[in-house]
Design a protein. Structure first.
Length: 256
């Protein structure tokens, strides 16, 4: 699975196509992480399922005008082969030019908060833009797996309290075509559709991402004249703030 970062139009025109614009105050943050990958074929029986459960820390380091975001996660991965303990990391660097560059990336199961379809932080103008959204906003963005266009809508959710702090809610849903192999299943060519759904909550005080649910669903069939067996694959990720630590400052950024 490949979740790619969304943007918000103030940035995602609100949340999905370019990159996050800057941050107000950045705080080191810890998160609880849950996830599952479910594969079904034929009549709908589950052929395989992988469950993830772990803890993550997002650290923010300043070096002059450069800011480095590093997410590290320790997690248990449970599948048909049993349970394994794994670790992963993902780094994004905010350059003096305002550009944000991802890498190094050692997150094969897509569990770090920096490797998700929502930005880890919004700037104040974007928060204000989102505050004025009163109805669904249309948007297009490339499929995270194939590059084909996904089309959908972005909308505001009611504010909620997350970890005792008031947070702004955002949701999106988009669909598009799929033709070809998947990165984690290169031997399986599929024809069908991709649907991405997600919700995110941003703390009003810090503009940090404090709650995320993201699901990427694939429905289709084997793209083979000899086999037309239906296939369904669902990748789900849930990340919740477990509390901030020290605060820092970050300049404006844009995606490379």
């Amino acid at each position: 699975m490949t979740f790619r970062r969304a943007v918000v139009a103030g940035t995602f025109a609100l949340l999905i196509v370019a990159a996050v614009s800057a941050a107000a105050a950045v705080a080191d943050q810890t998160y609880a992480v849950e996830g599952s990958d479910t594969f079904r074929a034929g009549a709908g029986e589950v052929r395989s399922q992988t469950i993830y459960h772990g803890t993550q820390r997002l650290a923010v380091a300043r070096n002059g005008a450069t800011t480095v975001y590093t997410a590290r996660v320790e997690y248990d991965k449970t599948s048909d082969g049993g349970k394994q303990h794994e670790s992963a990391s993902f780094t994004s660097t905010l350059l003096p030019s305002g550009a944000q560059k991802d890498g190094p990336n050692s997150d094969p199961d897509y569990l770090t908060v920096l490797n998700q379809p929502f930005a880890v932080q919004l700037d104040a103008p974007t928060m204000r833009d989102l505050g004025h959204v009163r109805r669904s906003v249309p948007f297009d963005f490339p499929s995270p797996m194939t590059g084909a266009p996904l089309r959908g809508t972005l909308r505001r959710l009611p504010d909620a309290f997350v970890g005792g702090s008031r947070a702004m809610g955002i949701a999106f849903e988009a669909t598009g075509p799929l033709h070809g192999a998947l990165p984690d299943r290169p031997a399986m060519a599929l024809a069908g559709s991709i649907t991405m759904k997600g919700t995110a909550y941003y703390d009003y005080a810090t503009t940090m991402l404090v709650a995320l649910d993201a699901t990427l669903s694939i429905d289709g069939s084997l793209d083979d004249d000899a086999h037309r067996s239906p296939v369904s694959i669902v990748y789900a990720r849930s990340i919740r703030s477990a509390g901030p630590t020290e605060a820092a400052r970050a300049p404006t950024r844009r995606r490379l």
